[in-house]
Design a protein around this ligand. Sequence first.
Ligand SMILES: Cc1cc2nc3c(=O)[nH]c(=O)nc-3n(C[C@H](O)[C@H](O)[C@H](O)COP(=O)(O)O)c2cc1C
Ligand code: SF4
Length: 355
Amino acid sequence: MPDLGVVYRLSVEDFFPGGLPYSEGRQIAVWAAAAGADALHVTAGHYRSLPSAQIVLPPMRFPDATFLDFAADVKRHVGVPVIAVGRLGDPATAAEAVASGKADFIALGRTLVAEPQWVDKVRRGAPIRRCLACNTCINEMRGGARIGCVVNGTAGRESLFAGRRGPRGERIAVLGAGPAGLTYASLVGEDNSVTVFERKAQAGGAFRYAGKAPMFQDVETDETSLARYIRDMVAACEANGVEFRYATDPTVVPELLAPFDRIVLATGAEYRFGSGPLVEWLLDRSIARAPGIARLFAWPALRDWLYYRARRGTAERFAHLLQPGRRVTVIGDAARAGKSKQAIASAFEAALLDQ
Ligand SMILES: Cc1cc2nc3c(=O)[nH]c(=O)nc-3n(C[C@H](O)[C@H](O)[C@H](O)COP(=O)(O)O)c2cc1C
Ligand code: SF4
């Protein structure tokens, strides 16, 4: 292809006995460059990789910049630009990958599914919506579904949101700083005056406990991935002028809500049968991660029961907040206990579609 730039993408290590070892992967990269490839895009992994095929899209337990050292080594052996890929969505990690000379370019996969505005936001120094590396996007696609994302409720249905606008010029109280409340506040913060009330001393809600469970979606959990997401969502809210009031429960002091035009209930779900304290106790002490118990917590039937049947939405507890002239919007698990993807998607719908 003399008139076209050719980027040759290759996996340089298969991670299974009998598969391609790195020494051979690097040789292929060298041959490809010698044969005229204009750039090399270096990844790793194979559908037969061990311990699992998930490594092709390194899930949250894997470190940032998972394959960068492969790219750096290939770069030492070729004279064409090298593109690195794989968990490079942390802006500092991405910048360092290029600044250190390990790669000439970085490629982003899941990061751009979670945050299509990544390039623009990073250029402006604005906080980003982090990909969790939960692999729900790819796992659902492999199951035949269209693409979707746990943290980006518009992914795969962008046209539904195109040209639509949510509330403007309102004073909005969001009750609950879990993933749904933070998502809603981050999206409406710029065009409204928004206060988030959180009963606990810190943000995170259900994600603080999800981080302590053995599995998140279909991957092994890593608490820092969820904590980093929460931290940047809070930062995104604050950058859009959202005020946070922690350790404050307006249902106990309803006067706090008097100045607001709209109350958004993002109060999550509660466990039935008084089992909430026990589940939180198990998670807080990392007992759910202990061998044996972790297997029990990873059992699909138990996980489904914990998500859907053992919990119920809390919205009805707040019926007394209904007042003439005040709008009440219910999002996330507060409406119906379920999984994070649906909870966050409902926050996008409430924030961006006409009310
Ligand atoms: C939804 C989705 C589809 C993908 N499809 C392909 C594909 O067809 N071929 C391929 O080589 N890699 C594919 N990838 C892998 C990405 O190119 C990339 O290597 C991987 O996601 C790791 O980068 P990331 O950590 O930035 O997501 C896909 C990734 C995602 C999220
Ligand atoms: S579904 Fe999970 S892995 Fe995929 S882009 Fe969204 S947050 Fe990232």
